[in-house]
Design a protein around this ligand. Sequence first.
Ligand code: ZN
Ligand code: ZN
Length: 758
Amino acid sequence: MSLSAQALALLDSFQHTILNCLNSTTASLSQTRQAHAHILKTGLFNDTHLATKLLSHYANNMCFADATLVLDLVPEPNVFSFSTLIYAFSKFHQFHHALSTFSQMLTRGLMPDNRVLPSAVKACAGLSALKPGRQVHGIASVSGFDSDSFVQSSLVHMYVKCNQIRDAHRVFDRMFEPDVVSWSALVAAYARQGCVDEAKRLFSEMGDSGVQPNLISWNGMIAGFNHSGLYSEAVLMFLDMHLRGFEPDGTTISSVLPAVGDLEDLVMGMLIHGYVIKQGLVSDKCVSSALIDMYGKCSCTSEMSQVFDQMDHMDVGSCNAFIFGLSRNGQVESSLRLFRQLKDQGMELNVVSWTSMIACCSQNGRDMEALELFREMQIAGVKPNSVTIPCLLPACGNIAALMHGKAAHCFSLRRGISTDVYVGSALIDMYAKCGRIQASRICFDGIPTKNLVCWNAVIAGYAMHGKAKEAMEIFDLMQRSGQKPDIISFTCVLSACSQSGLTEEGSYYFNSMSSKYGIEARVEHYACMVTLLSRAGKLEQAYAMIRRMPVNPDACVWGALLSSCRVHNNVSLGEVAAEKLFELEPSNPGNYILLSNIYASKGMWNEVNRVRDMMKNKGLRKNPGCSWIEVKNKVHMLLAGDKSHPQMTQIIEKLDKLSREMKKLGYFPEINFVLQDVEEQDKEQILCGHSEKLAVVFGLLNTPPGYPLQVIKNLRICGDCHVVIKFISSFERREIFVRDTNRFHHFKEGACSCGDYW
Ligand code: ZN
Ligand code: ZN
């Protein structure tokens, strides 16, 4: 044999090995790479069949970059080469790549066949991409493959996934013999849309046509009804399934339990729990999470803990359900403790865990903790999402943590979620509560499709800032844009009018509610009207309105009257309102304080003492005044009369200096804001200690000159602090924002935005 013949024979046998290797279904990645190297060396790439084999091995090993490279190098790729890759991309959920490869194939003028079309449709379904989905459907029709059962069933699935139930049904009707998968997909889609009759009709039609519903069909119905909020239907379906001899599996149980929880049907929940134990489904993590969730919704925290404790292996889903259940039942402390414990144990907490913990804190007044958790979450490398941000922002707003709020805003800008309606609305609210109403407006204007939540958020923001004109403008704009106002919109616009004493405008809106919009005024709207009238000094008119109310006036309504009686020092009506309030909320110290302040303003010290004794007998104490201020990215809390604060001596010194300056300029403290009947000098001392003043001075000491300050107070600002802060704003040349429980005060150059009307 000549040398070249020998070489040829060797080559031949080697090629044989390579081919064998590529033909086997179990070629390892290294074998594939070897074959690839050989093919490159010998120029066998011209063999499309061989190259496609190679590509398919790469794709099945999820080496998509190599697979794509091979496809690019094949001189004449055919439909089969492309469909191999597209199939693999779809199988491994690389839907974008699947579609771009599909369009590459079309560009080459290759006509797709019935093998590649279902993969392409599946990719569209995976992305819920309706437009490309319709295009692929069009291609299938043109090429005549739209009568292929695989193509049809993938199209049904795609339209269902894209919520196009009519299109799904149209394709379905054209199917020669729809299989149980297509039936189930369509039935579940109707259930998901809440179309009970249609879903049930199809379900029985399915049986009539000789296709027996299987477990997947039942599960789809139950999950669908649960999704559309038809909880009773979901439970009924579950019972029906059981009655007809189908054994529920883990998926069934975890689909029906949320519905049982939402119905708070504890008996049913316990029956299902029993079934779970009997069938040995306890080890199914989804089932355990669903049980925890159900018990949480039924307020059975001890049963919830029991399920959790009995789990062999905790997973993050059940931990989240447990954390959520605890916080739903107001057990913030235990929830936080558990969260920390899990974190220390090295449990891989995900974005849902962190988000529910943050939400739990911010909904239960633990705002500082919510901010701290958000920081920790980022350190832990967990990326916040479009749910986390709206959960965090209320905490920033509550304590005016503007820097933290801004950081969250920047984060949502980077992630491209800042114009999401929920993120956007939360940003509007946060900026308004941090005193930056212009920033609120900018966020509002940036939301392309506004919903009611956005409109209400910006109106509420203007109301909080006493900007009635702007609030009314937005209210108008909202209707011109086709959005109907709801009860909240009216509460916001009425409260804006009451902040500015616009009695006429307020009455107009109040009357138009039922006459123009068919909305019956609720007790909160009456409360706004009582504030509106009584603040403007029309106390008798306000009282008349209360007596005319078709609903029972609540504490908010009487509280509005009492506060105005305090402003106008009206003893007789103040006593009426206080009497009602003592019945409605006997342990709210604020009402006693207001009444005794009214007495004090008239020098009725005996009555002051009587009210003070009433408080003492009930064991009530004045709510400690508390203010927050953010300095250098940290939120500081200051308490009235708190001696333990490290900078307290400095604060008092500075306050003394300021008060000497004020006296020089003819300022005298308004002492009737002090409850106690004490010596004049002591009264002044007590006034010195109000938390908002302490916070402002703390801000002066710890920020550079000219830096604006913002303070939040848990009670209404008193007249004395208002005067003092006005003075500080001009003397120290600072802009100072103070938010009390009622509204915003923006102090600048010795004046306040409220015009001393609050
Ligand atoms: Zn004060
Ligand atoms: Zn003010």
